[in-house]
Write a protein that binds this ligand. Structure first.
Ligand code: HGY
Ligand code: MN
Ligand code: MN
Length: 414
């Protein structure tokens, strides 16, 4: 049977070697990786991926969002392709597997199909989505959201990175550097999408299970809160006369902690990035901004508590001006039952243990699901750690995930 022949051709060693080579593009101490989107490091890693893909007989293309596409033709060129993939960009203090595993697993599936001489009816495509992490340019998932027609690329043109580089400029520079690659339109209609990813949580490892059959993804909302006060001399200005942006930031975060309190510990609330101006020890801060990353699996809670954020901040602040801007908003999602079932059946056929679970992390799959039936495959990661150089998954678990992915792709491409 084609599914079994192709998955049997998956090479654990080849996949692990490619993952370790990819980790060298932006390696940081502790086995970590810092490879932001639309950078020379990102482009070097993409060129390496393209070389491997071409050796496996795939054709290459990119779209206006710089999403990178690797295609294995099928017997029916008119058939909608089956799609897999993930992202190549990392957190600034990231690991070797978040995102990259799903791209390399897709490449390994193409390599295994080539080795097995398996040609499916439908084409199979692997995509590396642009800027999933949102670490350099917020929000994340710009490549998949624009591809899905959910958000125009132009809306993010003036978003800047920490060095003040505009997204539009970085994208234009990237596309110019990759002008030799065939360009394809932004947007397409695949038959289905399946993304492989490390779990980024502890459950599979704790229960000794090989595969996560992902049922859906919780909702996420991102905000930036900016407080505008007045700078003054730290030694001469009485506190009663100050408009201290940092003191009001502390009041605002304290009030948000109260709003987001959840004794069941289901709700996720994170203040991850803080910027202060003029950021010197002896000047009263005139400006403070902080990010809010708020997540919940229940849409009612996500909407009610998220909508309350501006009012809670406004009520808590005493002296500074306040601006609250929401730049990312995605509701909880359930994946397509047929794709979830195909993943579960593939795990059984491959003889590996599996359990159904939701994803706490967001993924490009959350936006691809607006276009076609979508599902995900998780593999265990050590102690559930991710967004951390210590992120680790074993070669055997990664290969089992890729065999299940390959089996699922062939099943869907028949
Ligand atoms: O933040 C997330 O959930 C994803 O890992 N970028
Ligand atoms: Mn990821
Ligand atoms: Mn991530």
């Amino acid at each position: 049977m084609a599914q079994g022949e192709a998955s049997a051709a998956v090479s654990e060693a080849r996949q692990w070697g490619r993952l370790m080579e990819m980790a060298s593009f932006g390696a940081i101490p502790g086995d970590g990786v810092n490879r932001a989107c639309l950078t020379p490091l990102d482009r070097a890693a993409r060129r390496r991926l393209i070389g491997w893909a071409q050796a496996a007989g795939a054709s290459i293309s990119i779209d206006d969002a710089a999403n990178l596409w690797l295609r294995r033709d099928g017997t029916d060129p008119t058939a909608a392709p089956v799609l897999t993939g993930s992202h190549m960009d990392t957190q600034p203090n990231g690991g070797r597997f978040d995102g990259m595993y799903g791209v390399i697993a897709g490449l390994e599936a193409l390599s295994a199909l080539a080795d097995a001489g398996t040609v499916c009816r439908r084409p199979i495509e692997v995509v590396a989505w642009t800027n999933e992490e949102g670490g350099r340019f917020a929000p994340g998932c710009m490549g998949s959201m624009s591809w899905a027609g959910l958000h125009p690329l132009s809306a993010w043109a003036d978003v800047t990175d920490p060095d003040g580089v505009r997204f539009a400029g970085a994208l234009a520079e990237h596309l110019a550097d990759e002008a030799d690659l065939p360009r394809r339109p932004l947007g397409s209609k695949p038959h289905a999408y399946v993304e492989a990813h490390i779990e980024q949580g502890p459950r599979l490892e704790a229960e000794g299970v090989d595969i996560g059959v992902v049922t859906g993804i919780q909702g996420s909302r991102w905000f930036t809160v900016t407080l505008s006060g007045e700078t003054a001399h730290a030694g001469t200005t009485p506190l009663a006369l100050r408009r201290d942006a940092v003191q009001d930031m502390v009041r605002a975060i304290g009030a948000l902690n109260a709003l987001m309190h959840d004794p069941k510990d289901v709700l996720r609330f994170t203040v991850g990035r803080i910027l202060v101006e003029p950021n010197t020890s002896n000047s009263v801060p005139s400006k403070a901004s902080f990010t809010v990353d708020f997540r919940h699996p229940d849409p009612a809670v996500l909407l009610a508590r998220g909508d309350a954020i501006p009012g809670v901040v406004q009520a808590a602040v005493r002296d500074a001006g306040v601006a609250v801007h929401e730049n990312f908003h995605v509701l909880p999602l359930q994946f397509d039952p047929a794709v979830v079932g195909a993943v579960e059946a593939a795990a059984a056929a491959e003889g590996v243990s599996a359990l159904r679970l939701p994803s706490g992390a967001f993924h490009d799959a959350q936006f691809v699901a607006a276009v076609c039936p979508t599902g995900m495959i998780f593999v265990p990661c050590r102690n559930g750690v991710s967004h951390n150089p210590a992120e680790y998954a074993t070669p055997a678990h990664l290969a089992a995930g890729t065999r299940v992915l390959t089996h699922t792709l062939v099943e869907l491409a028949t």
